[in-house]
Design a protein around this ligand. Sequence first.
Ligand code: PLP
Length: 435
Amino acid sequence: MNSPETHRLALLGGDPTVRTPLPTWPVLSDDEVAALGEHLRRARTDSTYLTSIFGSGPVVEFERAVADYFGAPYAVSTNSGWAALHTALVAVGVRPGDEVIVPAYTWPQSVSCVLQQGAIPVFADIDPETYTLTAETAEKCLSPATKAIVVVHLYGQPADMTRMMAFAEAHGLAVIEDCAQATGAMHRDRHVGTIGTVGCFSIGSGKQIVGGEGGFLLTSSEEVRHRAIAMSQHPQRHRVDLPGGYAVPDGFLPTYRMHPVAASICAAQLPKLRRWNDERIVNLRALSLALEGCPGIRPAAESTFGRHVYHLYCPTFVPEELPGLSRDRYVEALIAEGAPVRIGYVRTPLHLRKEMRERKYLAPGFPWNLGSRDVHYAAGDCPVTEDRCARTDISVFLGANAIGDQSALVGEIAAAFWKVARHHRELLEPAHSQR
Ligand SMILES: *Cc1c(COP(=O)(O)O)cnc(C)c1O
């Protein structure tokens, strides 16, 4: 650290601070390879084994394993997190024209599942610390047409479910937990996904455990489970799982069945979930500690009621502490230092995206024309989300991949933030810093 180049910002010709490569994710050990081999060997002599049509084989074993692991009475597997969300909406009885409260700050698939059902999203604001919906923000969106709420445990941080459930129960609303980024997160002493009416998970490539692609839902309601199976699985499976002639839509179904290979890989990862999440927490708390007091950045918060399992690390830019420096320039300087950062994850609040402002999804006016009242979206609807997206959102690509000991990388990333903070004036007048 004594050459003059290490003291000069990399953006202005100095040496970059971060040299340790980002860890790769997912990690596939011999366990996953062995499990998959075993399943393929069994499929050689059982022609029905490698399909999820019949309600047997690796997919059903996986459903039992996740239900056990999370302490949920029932699990239903799907081929993506999005398919689990759509299935959940159908299973709790959301119909075309109903309204569903959703966050304006999330991955858009938390909302496209609502649109796909012909239901109307009503966007609620987030809590500035946890970036999740609250009972208070949701309450502002309530109307006689409200049927359900999609609560997203964004970046792995649990929303405040105690107050959310009280609010939902008071108004007879179903609660769908989008846990796609929060597998293994806890709300007080319960796993997220077991608190609402249904919990939906993804095992896609960047999530806490991975099957390649896939998803599943958890519920304690037998009726929801029946409706979820009836809606998402092959009619052959209905014979096994829906005894008593539960009304099924025959073959008029989407193909949402999970691939057995995904089930098999992910089942082998499940026993490692707790250790991996522990390691993520250690690594990212170390980053928070190292960023404490650094001008211009506020570390990602952890709530007092939840176990945050860090799908992504999202601190907050504080422009007031680095006067005159734009977030774009700040992020540009960090990237030049080799820091794995980018300007926020959401960028444009969902209610202000073109499709929402123009009320056009798949066809003009759809699904808003099915509603009982005119739902429109405008700037100012969700001020916390809008301000975060416009000025302060930042994300660090360290989260699901932060397993093992990442202290070297964490130290370098923190050093990059400190270096940019110390030298921020040079970014205001690049010519001046050449000396
Ligand atoms: C990944 C993700 C989804 C969708 O999961 P897929 O398995 O990719 O379909 C939904 N919601 C959130 C918040 C996600 O991060």
